[in-house]
Design a protein around this ligand. Structure first.
Ligand code: F6P
Length: 561
């Protein structure tokens, strides 16, 4: 295995980049390309674990794909991939290994960080989480008054929220009846208020999930929830006043997940009831760690094991497949093709699976916190555009909202369409299989985007000449179709790992550190500094810029209550 270079190769100086620039000038026409090559769909489709991925409706031909694969070779994608999987410190600005992939390695695989094999400790923590989850699921773990836990509330934000909530929503059919999870993230007090309003403190368990255990939102919300719990238990006479009763209640109703177990103890949570993870797991890559504890409680250890196995299957595909057949690498390279050679600024992810309704939001952190960078990992400025904006909503809702712009707007918006063959809820509308009505939309939309409708075709429908232009669809709008047999825990794991490796691939081409997130720091610092001003401290107000002063004063004049 070769060591990653301390200076990224500038992709724009490679031979392949120059070739791609020339190829970008002669646009691929999808109508012509499909007419000319009856095998195109087959040739440009790939299997990756259980996923079937059709790349044929992208603006590429064999030459473009070959040049993209060459680009990957010339920037050292496989070396950097191998360095990541081997635990090298490729997160250079934080001097950390990047080993979310070790979270899903089976026992027996050896991955070293600083000379120590991390896989045994990963399984040790998983076993602890599983044992805890089984106790809650079976009713062995009860609240302070002996009642069964019926609701688990995960308190976290960013990667300590988006992953768990997305997975919980996606795997709803696997949730144990009688148990449910809620997710508190926003420091807007409304979030805690709404999520706790109808809960019974005697049957509620809080999981405080924070990698650092310093995050303002999470610690504030955890304190609010602690007060809600103790006030509720005291008000109903369930517990006595006093510190001992409070500690006993907290021990039964609060657990934590963190890399900072000392801080967990400071908060008042018994480290016995805490699940650890490690600095080599980035927040946005942490759903396969103990950060997924709320999910494990909800769906059970067996399903969570299948989820991790799905991630691992995609990891193996990424490591073992030739680049020309390697779906995450190809999809990452296609994103580079659109961002850097077609000026795409956004990328839509459109799941035709209602249970995936939080998947685009989850991907926003994964992709944009990872690749929204202006300097490369050696500190030099990037030499080309980097991270695009990821966004999306489930189909068909999106069709009735923003698809107009994707079909007929002036911007190129590459889109990933995701669907499953077997629905979780196979309902019929009379004789009609509603999942088939749904999937007809999935198939139709990508065809419409690719092939469009010409003016002649519009005229042939008898359209008034005056409105022909408005009804023309230019087509040639690129999409990738991803199909899976069903939305199982394994398939969900595969989808997540697929996008992790797509994101990684783009980051390697751009030469950036996809695993730090310094861009979130300044706002956090300023929020601390502005807090006394918001509270009315005149000297703090005077220290703010003119706009902030004016906004704070307006707030103070209008705040009621
Ligand atoms: O603000 C960004 C961030 O650091 C994310 O990267 C992270 O997922 C989130 O905050 C939450 O951090 P923590 O898990 O340490 O509370």
């Amino acid at each position: 295995m070769s060591t990653p270079s301390s200076t990224p190769t500038d992709a724009t100086t490679t031979e392949a980049w120059g070739r791609l620039q020339q190829l970008a000038d002669r646009k691929v026409d999808l109508r012509q390309a499909f007419d000319a090559d009856p095998q195109r769909a087959e040739r440009f489709s790939h299997d990756a674990a259980d996923l079937f991925v059709d790349l044929s409706k992208n603006l590429v031909d064999d030459e473009v794909l070959a040049a993209l694969v060459d680009l990957a070779g010339q920037v050292g994608l496989t070396q950097r991939r191998d360095a990541m999987f081997a635990g090298e410190r490729i997160n250079v600005t934080e001097d950390r290994a990047v080993l979310h992939t070790a979270l899903r390695d089976p026992e027996g695989v050896r991955v070293e960080v600083g000379g120590e094999d991390v896989v045994p400790v990963v399984h040790e923590v998983l076993d602890k989480v599983y044992a805890f989850a089984e106790k809650v699921r079976s009713g062995e773990w009860v609240g302070v008054t002996g009642k069964r836990i019926t609701t688990v509330v995960n308190i976290g934000i960013g990667g300590s929220d988006l992953g768990p909530v997305m997975v919980y929503e996606a795997l709803k059919p696997y949730v144990q009846p009688g148990l449910s999870a809620r997710f508190v993230s926003n420091i807007d007090p409304t979030d805690v208020a709404e999520k706790t309003r109808d809960l019974d403190p005697e049957q509620t368990l809080f999981i405080v999930a924070s990698k650092t255990f310093t995050t303002l939102e999470t610690l504030t919300n955890a304190r609010l929830c602690r007060s809600w719990l103790l006030d509720g238990l005291r008000a109903s006479g369930a517990i006595a006043d006093g510190d001992d009763a409070a500690s006993e209640a907290i021990a039964k109703h609060f657990v934590a997940v963190s890399t900072a177990l000392d801080k967990v103890a400071d908060f008042g949570i018994d480290p016995e009831n805490a699940f650890g993870f490690w600095d080599w797991v980035g927040g946005r890559y942490s759903v396969g760690s103990a950060i997924g504890t709320s999910v494990v409680v909800a769906i059970g250890p067996e399903n969570f094991t299948a989820f991790l196995a799905g991630m691992h299957a995609m990891d193996r595909h990424f490591v073992e497949s030739d680049l020309a057949e390697n779906v995450p690498a190809l999809m990452g390279l296609l994103n580079v093709w659109y961002v850097n050679f077609h000026d795409a600024q956004t990328h839509a992810v459109l799941p035709y699976a209602q249970y995936l309704h939080r998947f685009p939001a989850y991907l926003q952190q994964m992709t944009m916190e990872s690749n929204g960078k202006s300097v490369r990992y050696d500190g030099s400025p990037v030499t080309t555009d980097t991270g695009e904006v990821f966004w999306g909503e489930p189909g068909t809702n999106g069709q009735h909202a923003f698809y107009q712009l994707i079909h007929q707007g002036t911007r190129l918006i590459p889109a990933d369409f995701i669907a499953v063959a077997t629905p979780a809820n196979p309902l019929k509308d009379g004789d009609a299989d509603v999942h088939e009505l749904f999937l007809a939309n999935f198939f139709a939309q990508t065809a419409a985007l690719a092939f469009g409708k010409t003016a002649d075709e519009v005229r042939a429908e008898g359209t008034d000449e005056a409105i022909v232009p408005a009804r023309v669809f230019s087509g040639n709008r690129p999409t990738t179709s991803i199909m899976a047999p069903a939305l199982t825990p394994s398939v969900l794991g595969q989808l997540i790992a697929l996008y992790e490796h797509i994101t990684f691939t783009q980051g390697v081409v751009w030469g950036i550190d996809s695993f730090d997130q310094w861009g979130v720091e300044l706002g956090k610092q300023l929020a601390k500094q502005v807090t006394p001003a918001v509270g009315g401290d005149e000297s703090a107000i005077a220290e703010q810029d003119a706009s902030t002063q004016s906004l704070v004063r307006w707030y103070r004049a209008h705040r009621e209550g």
